[in-house]
Design a protein around this ligand. Structure first.
Ligand SMILES: *Cc1c(COP(=O)(O)O)cnc(C)c1O
Length: 427
């Protein structure tokens, strides 16, 4: 497809395991060789040949205000001139913590990490210490980073590549993780009756994004909150994708449910490596040095990442009033895409929430991992490659979320809709 990308991928495979530094980038799920990126600006991304695409991957979530935003570039530039890493506290870190605590009321204290994976590892360790219990519950198809305990029926790349339970995870650790179907209150209640008093934590993506977009059914998260409170279990919302995506705060702000701990990442780093774990004071205080739960990081609170994140949050705060407008625009886009599919007679179930969407190639409804997997992944692959040819870059798997952003203009959306119509004619 792109000779230069094919050549670059060939070279990469000589030196990088599998040719990529994160598995989904290999495009294994949709076939063909991955495009290499030369640069990106706004909602446009350019491959190694210089061909331009409308980007709906947006680095898998972080770039909600678009690539290479001038204010973020300036923040990174000015910071770098004063050093890039100190290994000592800075006022900017407190500013970041304060901004997040004020935006998400359930977060009373926070700790910054360099990735979402680390944030989740920290949350789980805290929950185990706080409760004195070992077992945790997650949900099939949810992805919480690549720590041992969470790679059980995991989503995202693990699901895409057919290794939702990774090799190399000690059985004794995997056995401490129970994975339940998403959105099934009945199984949830049964599990709680049997295991409730042995559970340290329940972790959930409040809007699932890593088996494709799956929305929580009314009452699912409410039931989770009720039952975890009843059994003294730490409820962890993994808002690594959803944090600051729908409002200036978490998804929890919209539904008025307070988890005990929240994990963040992606958007709050402005495209630099960041994660965060925060929540109830009495739990967070257990972290060393105040408490006896160990957690650390050479690059945690790194000044470049913090200042890029702060710049992003400043911009989002200023745009705060426009989130509903963005939602309306996204919904119009999804409606038109759906009509195009209907006109062509191809079954589709477009799961979407605000700017997050997945076109599942099936009638639907898609409400958990099992129903997601009924999709026609081959047809999706053809659609993906067709869209690419027509200048639109979608997530290279049926089981991933796509993202709109503040950088997608009406013209960009119109371009994407034309590409969709053209692609549907061709497949
Ligand atoms: C991306 C993601 C993670 C992991 O974050 P990394 O920064 O990739 O380690 C955790 N949870 C969810 C819901 C994610 O989407």
């Amino acid at each position: 497809m792109s000779q230069s990308s094919d050549k670059l991928f060939f070279e990469a495979r000589q030196f990088i395991a599998g040719g990529v530094n994160s598995p989904v980038r290999s495009w294994q799920a949709v076939g063909g060789e991955p495009l290499f990126v030369r640069e990106a600006k706004g909602c446009k991304i350019f491959d190694s040949d210089g061909k331009q695409y409308i980007d709906f991957v947006l680095a898998w979530g972080p770039m909600i205000i678009g690539h290479s935003h001038p204010e973020i570039v300036a923040a990174i530039f000015h910071t770098a001139q004063k050093g890039t890493c100190y290994g000592a506290p800075t006022a900017a870190e407190t500013q970041m913590a304060k901004t997040i605590c004020e935006a998400i009321p359930s977060i009373e204290l926070i700790r910054m990490t360099s990735s979402g994976t680390e944030a989740v590892m920290t949350a789980i360790r805290l929950a185990r210490s706080f409760t004195g219990r070992d077992l945790i519950v997650k949900f099939d198809g949810c992805y919480h980073g690549h720590a041992d305990s969470l790679l059980v029926k995991a989503g995202s790349g693990a699901l895409t590549l057919g290794i939702p339970g990774s090799k190399g995870v000690p059985r004794c650790l995997a056995e401490l993780t129970l994975s339940l179907p998403y959105n099934d209150n009945g199984i949830l209640e049964e599990t709680m009756e049997h295991y409730g008093e042995r559970l340290a934590a329940v972790i959930v993506e409040p809007v699932a994004g890593n088996m494709g977009v799956v929305l929580p059914r009314p009452g699912f998260l409410e039931k989770l909150r009720e039952l975890t409170a009843k059994y003294g279990i730490v409820l962890i919302f993994d808002e690594v994708i959803t944090g600051f995506r729908f409002t200036f705060g978490g998804y929890q702000n919209l539904i008025g449910i307070k988890p005990d701990l929240t994990c963040l990442g992606k958007i709050i780093g402005g495209g630099l490596p960041v994660g965060a774990c925060g929540g109830r004071k009495e739990i967070m205080e257990r972290l060393a040095p105040a408490g006896d739960v160990y957690q650390a990081g050479t690059l945690s609170g790194n000044i470049l990442a913090i200042n890029a994140g702060l710049a992003t949050l400043r911009i989002l705060k200023a745009k705060c009033a426009y989130y509903p407008q963005l939602k309306t625009k996204a919904e119009q886009f999804h409606n038109i895409v759906e009509k195009l599919f209907v006109a062509k007679g191809i079954p589709v179930c477009i799961n979407n929430f605000h700017t997050m969407f997945t076109p599942f190639f099936q009638e639907g409804p898609v409400f958990d991992l099992n129903s997601a997997q009924k999709s026609d992944a081959d047809l999706f692959s053809r659609f993906f490659h067709g869209m690419l040819k027509n200048g639109v870059w979608l997530a290279p798997s049926q089981f991933e979320a796509n993202f709109g952003s503040f950088a997608h203009s009406d013209a960009d959306i119109a371009f994407a809709l034309n590409a969709c119509a053209a692609t549907l004619k061709e497949i």
